[in-house]
Structure formats: structure tokens, C-alpha cells
Design a protein around this ligand. Structure first.
Ligand code: GAL
Length: 393
């Protein structure tokens, strides 16, 4: 009798355990960002075959980098970060980078620079002109009167050569020929993405040239720390370690001044939500930028161990710390996003649903003698590094 009772209890217990498992796996299926099993984690990364094609005679692909809980997908089309998957405060894998499900949409329409390495000169050059050693160079004016992000094609719409030496690294190289997009010198650029332990994505940039040129390489990933396509970033909290920024004219070219952030909407020295001052119409700089679209003068002195910025997703608890050797950081809050692009998983790139933290030299440096120089000469080795580190609060 007792034996029968015991085995009934065992059966009942087994049934309850089975039902609990079923419920949790159903929950995991309701939303990709709440998936917890490793196959669901993999499914947040687009299928590599959607990236396998030939563009201008060169093979494109998707490279998936892994280390611990973090996965990063990179395509060699534009050296773009396609996905960054990290755990949220509940341990659920969350894709915090804006991107597409395949290579084709990256090649179509106006370039949004989603995830791209931009160059040869990231950010703007006034009137698409600069002088170097007495010679004037003319670039494409693809942004009002100015040149933006390397011109019509730049580095974001070319196929880079790629090598994946191990599970956590991809090395991308690109030869930008003399006078390509109007820039002098054959420039060899090398970008290495590495996923380090403790959920860090490190980006190393290197370059050499055979003639004097100007160079400003950065990465243009759009982040939403609550998950790509999950809605506004205006409630994210941001700290930027910068006492000054470079104010701009109405075409977003720096005036040349370094202005104190004190008492202005540009003071992020203590954490502030993005939205608290992003529409401050009394501030002319906010008006010119249509919100934040400005270069901050970092206090970090090129020290990669000193924190440049920290952002927290209000819903996910995901924190992103930014470290860099670069002197500046362009903080852009998706003011030109308009919902016209279909992102991974059918999500839309709605207005201000992502932000960029482009670590770089200051905009228009080739025409601004008081800004740190962006000239690269033959025999010199260009080197810079940036780390995006993820954790939870
Ligand atoms: C940013 C730039 C913005 C906008 C954006 C791309 O780097 O500062 O003004 O052009 O890229 O839409």
C-alpha cells in the first residue's frame, strides 16, 4: 500500500517537473530576446548563408565570434558588426546591435552605416576639401555641402578581405587605392574584431600609407541596450567622460572651439537619461544636431584603461562601458532614423531607437589646425583601439 502511494508521489512529481519545463520552454519561444537555450541563442545571429554572395568579384560572408556568454557577428561587407549578443539582467541573450538579416539590404539605398567601419575619414570634412602639403584635395560632397564618412562608397560599402584565425577573432583588411574617393596614397587598413573574456568587444585599427594622407577610422554600430528594435533609447542612462565638446555650425561642421559642457544639455559627466535634454529647443547646438549628434572631447587622454563612456539600458539592465585610445567620441542618437528599414527579425529602424558612440578624431580635423592631427605619413603606423564592454546592473 505504502509502496503504491510512494510511486504515485513519484509519478506526480515527475509530471509537475515535466509541466514546469514545458511552460518555461513555451515562454522562451514567445520572444527571441527571452530565449535561454543555446540553440535559441544561436538563432539571434542571422544565418551565414544570407551573407554569402559575390560583390564586385569578392566573396562576402558572416563571421561569428564567441567567448563565454558573448557572441558577435561580423560581415566583411563594410567590415560591419551585424549582431552583438550578451545576457541581460535575467541572463536572457539579447542582441544589442542594429543590423540586417542578410547582406543584400546593406548594399541597397542610402547608407545608414549600420555597424560599419567608416573611412577613410569618418565624420565630416567641410565642403569636401582639405589641403595637405600645399595640395588641395576634393572629395565627394555627399552630406549637404560636406563630405561624410569617406564619400559615396567609403569603407562601408566595399568588401574587405577576411580571416578568422580562431573562434573569437576576425581580421579584415582593405587596400584603398591612391585617389580612391579623392584621398591621396595607397592606404592599407586592417581592422581586428576580438571578443575577449568578460563580454568585451575589442576593435583594433591599423593602417599604413605610401603618400601623406588623412585618416579617421571608427565603427558606426547603432546600439539599443534593451535589444535591437525594442523601442526608444531615450530612457537609457548615459555618462560621457568629457568636460568639453566641439560645437558645430548648422551643417554640423565644428566651429573650431572647444566648449565647456557645464550647465548645458551636453553635460553627461554624471549619468543622465538621453531623453531628458535631447529636445531642448532653447539650445542652438541641440537644434543644429536635431538632438545629440556631436563630438565630445574625452578627458581620457588616449588611455584605454580610463572609461570614456557608460550607458545603461533601462529595461534590460545591460551596461555598456566604452574605452578607447581616441581623443573624441561622436554621440549620435538616431535623429535620422525613420522606420524605413526592416532590421533583423522584421523589426524597424524607428526614430531614436538606437544610438552610436563613434570613438574617433574630431570632425573636420584636416581643416582645423587646433585639433589633434589626422595626417598619416609613409613610414608611420596608424594604430587605435576601442573596447565596448558589457555587464548588467
Ligand atoms: C553619424 C553622423 C550623423 C548621421 C549618421 C548617419 O555619424 O554624425 O549626422 O549622418 O552618422 O545617418
Amino acid at each position: 500500500m505504502n509502496k503504491i502511494k510512494n510511486s504515485n508521489y513519484i509519478l506526480l512529481f515527475a509530471l509537475l517537473a515535466f509541466t514546469a519545463c514545458q511552460n518555461s520552454s513555451n515562454m522562451n519561444n514567445t520572444s527571441d530576446s527571452t530565449a535561454t537555450d543555446s540553440s535559441a541563442n544561436t538563432s539571434l545571429i542571422p544565418s551565414a548563408k544570407n551573407f554569402q554572395t559575390t560583390i564586385n568579384g569578392k566573396q562576402t560572408n558572416l563571421y561569428v565570434l564567441k567567448n563565454g556568454n558573448m557572441q558577435v557577428a561580423v560581415t566583411n561587407y563594410g567590415a560591419r558588426v551585424v549582431s552583438i549578443v550578451v545576457p541581460d539582467k535575467n541572463g536572457n541573450p539579447t542582441d544589442v546591435a542594429v543590423g540586417y538579416d542578410g547582406v543584400q539590404p546593406y548594399t541597397q539605398g542610402g547608407d545608414t552605416y549600420f555597424g560599419a567601419v567608416v573611412g577613410r575619414y569618418g565624420n565630416r570634412i567641410a565642403k569636401g576639401r582639405f589641403k595637405l602639403d600645399g595640395i588641395e584635395y576634393m572629395l565627394a560632397t555627399n552630406n549637404g555641402p560636406n563630405s561624410l564618412h569617406g564619400g559615396n562608397i567609403g569603407f562601408s560599402r566595399v568588401v574587405w578581405d577576411a580571416q578568422q584565425p580562431n573562434d573569437s577573432t576576425v581580421v579584415l583588411t582593405y587596400l584603398s587605392k591612391n585617389m580612391e574617393e579623392g584621398y591621396p596614397g595607397n592606404l592599407t587598413a586592417k581592422v581586428t574584431y576580438t571578443v575577449l573574456s568578460n563580454d568585451k568587444l575589442k576593435i583594433d585599427y591599423e593602417a599604413t600609407t605610401d603618400k601623406p594622407t588623412v585618416l579617421n577610422l571608427t565603427n558606426h554600430t547603432y546600439f539599443n541596450l534593451n535589444g535591437q528594435g525594442s523601442g526608444t533609447i531615450l530612457n537609457h542612462s548615459v555618462m560621457i567622460n568629457a568636460d568639453k565638446f566641439t560645437p558645430v555650425d548648422s551643417t554640423l561642421i565644428p566651429t573650431g572651439k572647444l566648449e565647456s559642457v557645464k550647465g548645458s544639455p551636453f553635460d553627461f559627466t554624471t549619468p543622465q537619461t538621453i531623453g531628458s535634454r535631447a529636445n531642448d529647443s532653447a539650445n542652438q547646438q541641440i537644434k543644429f544636431g536635431h538632438g545629440y549628434d556631436h563630438n565630445f572631447v574625452l578627458n581620457t587622454n588616449g588611455d584605454i584603461n580610463s572609461k570614456a563612456a557608460e550607458v545603461t539600458g533601462d529595461q534590460s539592465g545591460i551596461v555598456m562601458d566604452v574605452y578607447t585610445t581616441q581623443p573624441g567620441l561622436q554621440f549620435y542618437i538616431g535623429n535620422f532614423m525613420d522606420g524605413s528599414h526592416t532590421l533583423k527579425g522584421g523589426k524597424k529602424d524607428d526614430y531614436r531607437t538606437a544610438f552610436c558612440m563613434e570613438t574617433q578624431h574630431y570632425p573636420d580635423s584636416p581643416n582645423q589646425p587646433n585639433f589633434p592631427s589626422t595626417v598619416l605619413k609613409p613610414g608611420q603606423q596608424y594604430q587605435s583601439a576601442t573596447i565596448y564592454q558589457f555587464s548588467v546592473k
